[in-house]
Every structure is written in C-alpha cells, then in structure tokens.
Design a protein around this ligand. Structure first.
Ligand code: FAD
Length: 387
C-alpha cells in the first residue's frame, strides 16, 4: 500500500523540492541555455540541500533513501520547468552502480561528491553501430600488465562537458571462453586518448550530448567497477532500472509543467463568450493528459518501490512500463498544451514549442517505445521474437 498513498515524508520532500524549483523555474532554464552553460546554480543548491544524493547511502554522504525519493526530486524540478537531466545519470545510474557494486575505494572516492553534486559522472552505453541492440557494443578493454586499454566509440552521451568521469559500458575477453563480456569502467574525462565532440541537437536543454572516441585509453585496474569481472551484467541491470524510473520522472515532470501552462491559459483566454477552457474540445484532452500522467506516476512509484525493496526482476518489468507510460503521457500532454495556446503555443514568449522535441527524448531514450513493447511482448506475454 505504501506505493499507492504517498507517505508524509515523501509529501514533505515533494513540497520542499517544488519550493526550490519555483525559485528557479523556466525563466532560469531559458536564460541559462541561451548563455550556453549548465544549470550550475540549481545543481549546487539542490546538492547543498541533500536532494541530489537522496538515494545514496548515508555512510557515503547520501540521504539513505532510494530511487523513490530521487524520482520525486526530478519530477518536482521538472514540474517547475527546470529539470536536472543529469540526475538520471550521475546519482541514479552511476551512484547506484558504485554503491551496490563498487569497491570500498571507489565508494569513498566517488559517492560523497556525487551525493553533494560537487562531482558528476556521465554514463556511456550507446554506440553508433549498436543503437538499441546493446549486445552489439564493441568498446573493448584489453589488459596491458595490470592496466586496461579501452578502445571504442559512443554516441549521445549526455553531460560529458560537466562530468569528471564517464561510466563506460565496455567488454573484456573472458580468459576461459574467449567470449566478450560486459564490464563497467570509470573513465576520467581528462584521460589521454579520450576525445569528445558535441552533437548538434535540436533540444532546448542545458545538458549537451556528445560523441566519444576512446583511443587506447589507459586505465588502472581500479577503474573496473567492482572486484570481479564477472559482475558486469548484474551491475548494468542495477543501473538501467533506476535510469528508466528516472526517465519516467523526467517525463512526468515535463508533462505536468506543460499541462499547468495550458490550464492557466485556457482559464483566461476568451475568444467567444466563455474562456476556451470551457469548451470540452479543449478541456477533455487536458483532463485526459492529467489522468495519463497520474497513471504513469503510479506505475513509476510501483517500479521505484520494487527496486528500493531489492526486487530487481519485478522492478525491471515495472520500470519499463513506467518509462513507456510516462513517455507517451508526456508527448501527448505537451502536444495538447501547445495546441491549447493556439498561435501562442509556437511563440518563444510562451516557451512551450521547444518542449515538443524535448518530450520526444522520453520516447526514445534510454530505451525506445518499440523496445519496451518488444520487452513486454516477449517477457510478459511470452510472444515469439521477430529479431
Ligand atoms: C537527448 C538524448 C540523451 C541521451 N543520453 C544518453 C546517455 O547519456 N548515455 C547513453 O549511453 N545514451 C544516451 N542516449 C542514447 C539513447 O539511449 C539512444 O538514442 C536510444 O537507446 C536509441 O538508440 P538509437 O538512437 O541508436 O536508435 P536505433 O536503435 O537506431 O533505433 C531507431 C528506431 O528503430 C526502432 N527499433 C530498433 N530496433 C527495433 C526492433 N527490434 N523492433 C522495433 N523497432 C526497433 C527504435 O525503436 C527507434 O524508433 C541519449 C539519447 C538522446 C536523444
């Protein structure tokens, strides 16, 4: 029942983060993006208040909560118009993987900084020739004495310019079978042989996406996450579920922001006798968008609850469904919000049109709508695969 009715603690966290979000809001994001810089002030204020590391263990400077709490933080900042996309990556994926599987040294080195926001870690799995099929990734680490040499290419990696390191998903050769198996490496962004190139995205966001070229990047043995090379897959799944849940939070926050703008407009704007919000053709789709966002949040809360209680398998299915539902609800809410404003929906002054592209991120990343439908078709419904 805890997932259906929000606890007093969660409500309090929600309203405290909403108050912080309100202090910044959409104008801050728009201004900062125009200046071409990251949302540093909001990031460090949120870090100082303990919101960025709310999911990380207390022993390493975190809040001792889980993804349930971190998703509230992202949703509320998004609903205020200034989402911190790097929350999906730095504390949620990287922080979770290091907290669960890192060595003691890695935990001490990284978690306090990730928790208070003074350090940031990006996450790189996507490759140009693999895309949605991450079984095909070819970034490979080979041993050189006790060191590793990492070579490969990644695309669409968010926030590399802001990050101290990137958690790179690569592969190493299994000494017994000769087969390549997934492994995660902490790669400092100032490593020799590490090159980044910004990708020109049509997105009004402070976080940029990069193509990475890793050319024999030399890494010490301690860069491999965890003690054992065999734990790569487990580590990966530990990070991917929080990523999906957090993307759902990102989408729900954005959908709520757009919907609130549309409702405000529809209450006032009068072109006949009554405000346009009195016409059901305008009111009903907004009501539907609200219902869809609420339903998506319920599934997100279920996924977060399962994940935080240690049920990785149950969380996998729920996290996929939550990401799907939230991505679709967000795209529809933004579309309807833009439409509600008529011509003003497309002006820069009202700032909604740029959300049309931003909302699509939640449909594509980190796993596309179709790949989630594939997952549910095969894993949940037991239907055969076409690929
Ligand atoms: C803004 C943004 C930020 C990102 N940040 C990061 C990041 O920080 N780190 C990172 O590693 N990655 C990141 N990504 C990458 C993202 O995860 C990928 O774009 C996503 O996984 C899809 O891969 P792709 O773009 O190669 O599309 P493709 O895999 O080429 O897919 C193209 C289309 O084909 C469809 N398709 C593919 N296979 C099938 C199939 N079997 N059945 C049906 N349809 C199929 C897909 O659904 C999609 O519609 C980011 C992407 C964006 C847009």
């Amino acid at each position: 029942m805890t997932t259906l009715i929000e606890s007093e603690e969660h409500k309090a966290l929600r309203s405290a983060v909403a108050a912080l979000g309100k202090r910044y809001g959409r104008d801050y994001l728009t201004r900062t993006v125009a200046e071409g810089r990251p949302l540093t002030e909001l990031w460090s204020d949120a870090g100082g208040l303990g919101y960025l590391g709310v999911n990380l263990p207390e022993a390493y400077g975190g809040g001792g909560g889980g993804i349930s709490e971190l998703s509230i933080v992202l949703e509320e900042l998004g609903a205020a118009g200034s989402p911190l996309l790097m929350l999906v990556v730095s504390p949620a994926i990287c922080g979770t993987v290091i907290a669960r599987f890192g060595t003691e040294d890695q935990k001490r080195e990284w978690l306090p900084g990730l928790a208070d926001g003074t350090r940031l870690m990006a996450f790189g799995i996507t490759e140009p020739d693999a895309g949605s099929n991450s079984h095909r990734i070819t970034t490979t680490a080979r041993r050189d004495g006790t060191d590793w040499l990492l070579t490969g290419r990644k695309v669409f990696i968010s926030g590399v310019d802001m990050a101290d390191a990137v958690l790179i998903v690569g592969r190493t050769e299994d000494a017994r079978t000769g087969r390549l198996k997934p492994c995660l490496f902490i790669v400092p962004t100032d490593s020799e042989g590490f090159r980044k190139r910004p990708i020109d995205m049509e997105l009004n966001a402070a976080e940029k996406q990069f193509e990475l070229v890793l050319d024999d990047v030399r890494l010490p043995a301690s860069a491999l996450v965890g003690e054992a090379e065999d734990a790569g897959l487990l580590q990966l799944f530990a990070g991917l579920n929080p990523e999906r849940i957090m993307t759902a939070a990102f989408a729900i926050g954005m959908g709520r922001y757009a919907l609130a703008k549309a409702i405000e407009y529809a209450r006032d704007r009068t072109v006949w006798k009554a405000p346009i919000g009195a016409h059901q053709a305008i009111a009903h789709p907004l009501a539907q968008a609200h219902i869809d966002l609420e339903l998506a949040r319920l599934m997100m809360q279920k996924a977060a609850h399962l994940y935080d209680s240690g049920d990785d398998v149950g969380a996998g299915e729920a996290a996929n469904m939550a990401k799907y539902a939230a991505g679709e609800a967000c795209v529809r809410a933004v579309d309807q919000a833009v439409h509600t404003l008529g011509g003003n929906g497309l002006t820069r002054e009202y700032g909604l049109a740029s959300l049309i592209t931003a909302a699509r991120v939640a449909r594509i990343a980190p796993v596309s709508r179709e790949m989630i439908l594939n997952y549910v078709s095969h894993q949940t419904l037991g239907l055969p695969k076409s690929y």
